[in-house]
Design a protein around this ligand. Sequence first.
Ligand SMILES: [Zn+2]
Length: 112
Amino acid sequence: MPHGTSADAALRQQFLAQVQKLWPAIRGSLSEVRKPCIRPHCAACARGDKHPAFLLSFTENGRRRCMYVPAELVPRLQQGLQNGRQLEALLSQLGPRLLRHYRQARDSSHAP
Ligand SMILES: [Zn+2]
């Protein structure tokens, strides 16, 4: 068995265990907007208060898009956004960690 393989497998297991805990994970941003409604003589709209609404902005095929989010789903999406940021941080950390492992494995196989 070449040196470094068990370390690689351990990193893989560690990564999969962490990813498992990060569901749901999404990427984008959630914002609150105020929209007028279509009801005639609406007191809130007449006051200029309008109605709070939530928008999820995301990128699809390089284009910025957004979708309305019902208020009761906002906490779940916020959790998804937080998990998504953790997942991205995890991937960023993995680059240097993997490279160190691969270099160590290469160096030890080249050693006399
Ligand atoms: Zn209204």
